[in-house]
Design a protein around this ligand. Sequence first.
Ligand code: ZN
Ligand code: ZN
Length: 368
Amino acid sequence: MHTDWTRRQFLARVGIAAAAIQTLDHLDLCCALAGDARTTGKDLFELQPVADGVYAAIATTQYKVNSNAAVILTNDGVVVVDSHSKPSAARALYHEIRGMTKNPVRKVINTHFHWDHWQGNQVYAAEYPGLEIIASEGTKENLTKAEAGVGGVPFIEKQLAALPKEIEKLKDDMTRTTNADQKARLEANLQQAEAYLDELKTLKPTLPTKTLANTMTLHEQGREIQLLLLGSGHTNGDVYVYLPKEKVVATGDAVIDWMPFINDGYPEEWVQALTALEKVDFTQMILGHGEVATKEHLGFFKGYLTDLIASVKKAAAEGGTLNEMQKTIPDQLALRYERGMSKYPLGQYRDRVGLNIEMVYQKVVKKG
Ligand SMILES: [Zn+2]
Ligand SMILES: [Zn+2]
């Protein structure tokens, strides 16, 4: 059974006082670093075949970012991994899936609780009353917890509080610029921000109906799908969706093709989880953001986290302050990582490295 409550009913039920929720500081910093609005409502995804009946839905750059999805066809249904940031995006992918098969979507898996990976759940639930929405226990908990981070039901309120100011700023920026290209870009961003605000107002938070505490296997009509729990990393509830026969894994944001977002993460455990993932037999990764990658990218991504942690620890042991670290470490690591971490307009090396250093400093050096 799916909740059919409005957001406010839901908030009342879980006992969250909307009035107590402040504006948000880090909305821009998660998965939502403002990118150029390259697309409008159409063309939200490019569906790429990864294996027979397995597709990566690669999200196009948006001002309000979307996550990638994985679409796994079985003999009698469809399994979708992640549902994007908004119902309209989920609906766009749903229509593409309908173009491929008339079989129902039977399961949606949410890799973690961040806003851009689950806010479209309601679309699939409305179309398919028997739908199962699967996530880890940690993710389900985070989806209703007041201070879990950049996702979940309370975060919807925070976004609603912050968006009008963001919209005002875009309007203000538009009046100041004389550059026609810049103006057009701001206008597109403004339209997306306004449309996103409208969607958020009527969003029906649709939570997982089934949770897992340990790794488990789904046997889906001709398809074996393993849901791997490898420990905390990007969040404390990361699920990796692994197809052993096809040698494909969908990683959520535990591996992306941008700089990692560490604010809700566990840096050292993350490296351990990725070490465990390296032992899994796969050849292709459908990432939370960015293009489909080979296993080689996992080494690069893990290398960055490992070197970042080592650099921060070393600097701290030598008595360096956070401020000093943020001045020296970005250049130290740039040779190895800047180019590979700056392939897209979003989440580039220099945009995030300072915050990454701060997060590692707080979570690894200052902990306890
Ligand atoms: Zn994301
Ligand atoms: Zn995330």
